[in-house]
Design a protein around this ligand. Structure first.
Ligand code: SF4
Length: 345
């Protein structure tokens, strides 16, 4: 790839990402099937952009986030970060790249080692990656980071159990920021917090993004949570992205029947503005034996005969809005290089 082609690439390009978990049985642990957790996910992320990735629990969004960082070994697909193929990097290349690609986990209670002080938790990576010369410098940098995420530097010698859930998530953010990353996967980062604390953490993440030009993949199961922070939103169902659009466009003009059902379940106080509730029948099918054709067909209120047989491609609805649904068969299928629609953020 020449320099010009590299410059034209988005910060992150994900193509046909797949992650299947083998199901083993018997004395010799034979593989008898696979859980198809992520089954052909593609998207682009521009510098300074936030892509919200939403879907019900078990749809594969967390697995997708971890696989693209290579925290889980991928089954297939390609991930380019600043033009570098993440899955082809050796351990040294991956170590350098990991500095730029960080993750904030859902559970601030279990993601911080209870036996380590905040200075050790946040400072450890600074020393390992040689971003500071010694322990004294590491502690000074940790104090700066704590203040940057809204905590007092006096907390530096305290242990995780001495903090509230919101404060622990701020420590998780400080730990991610220590590496001076360019891209952060926020994996259900606010889902375990009270609504008022959620808003504070989302505002902090947005402030940091503006200040540092960060890009986020913001994973959540609640559409109303991702609306405020996301430039674009991708909706996932059973291992696949079924609809992608600019955040406001998705809320104003949801196209895929699954997105419509998710949106209709969001509580709206004003009865005049409430959309008609779409009740989905049945449970999410197992990703071990996903339904034929469109994965959503057993629950879809608009199912047609064709949906049971053929899997729909992504149809281009214009302005970066695309939906994987046969209802839009008259529209042009999305070409492989058409994922980048976001103008400069
Ligand atoms: Fe429903 Fe068919 Fe569209 Fe799938 S392709 S979402 S079953 S209308």
């Amino acid at each position: 790839m020449n320099e010009k082609e590299q410059e034209d690439l988005p910060l992150l390009r994900v193509r046909n990402l797949r992650k299947f978990f083998p199901i083993k049985r018997g004395l010799f642990s034979h593989t008898v099937g696979h859980v198809r957790a992520v089954d052909g996910v593609s998207f682009d992320l521009q510098k300074g952009e936030t892509l919200g990735l939403v879907g019900e629990s078990g749809c594969g969004k967390t697995t997708a986030g971890r696989t693209l960082l290579k925290l889980l070994p991928p089954t297939g697909g390609e991930v380019l970060f600043q033009g570098q193929p993440v899955f082809e990097l050796g351990s040294e290349g991956l170590r350098l790249l990991r500095q730029k690609m960080q993750i904030i986990f859902q559970d601030p209670y279990s993601s911080l080692n209870p036996r380590m002080t905040i200075a050790q938790i946040v400072g450890e990576a600074l020393l390992v990656h040689k971003l500071v010369a010694n322990a004294k410098e590491a502690k000074e940098r940790v104090c700066q980071l704590l203040e940057r995420v809204g905590l007092s530097a006096q907390y530096v010698n305290r242990y995780p159990h001495e903090f509230s859930g919101g404060q622990r998530q701020r420590i998780g953010i400080a730990r991610a920021l220590a590496m001076e990353p360019e891209f952060i996967v926020c994996d259900e980062a606010v889902s375990a917090l009270d609504v008022s604390v959620q808003a504070q953490i989302i505002n902090l993440l947005m402030d940091l993004q503006e200040e540092m030009g960060l890009s986020y993949l913001f994973i959540a199961h609640d559409l109303s949570v991702v609306r405020h922070i996301s430039n674009r939103i991708a909706v996932m169902y059973l291992g696949r992205i079924v609809e992608t659009a600019e955040a406001e466009d998705l809320f104003a003009h949801p196209s895929h029947p699954y997105t419509k059902a998710l949106l209709s379940a969001i509580p709206i106080p004003d009865p005049d503005k409430r959309p008609q509730r779409t009740l989905l029948e049945g449970d999410v099918p197992t990703p071990i034996h996903p339904p034929s054709g469109c994965h959503f067909h057993p629950r879809c209120p608009e199912v047609m005969e064709k949906c049971r047989i053929d899997a729909p491609p992504d149809f281009d609805l214009g302005k970066g809005h695309c939906a994987r649904c046969w209802l839009f068969e008259g529209e042009a299928p999305l070409a492989a290089d058409q994922w980048t629609r976001m103008e400069e953020v």
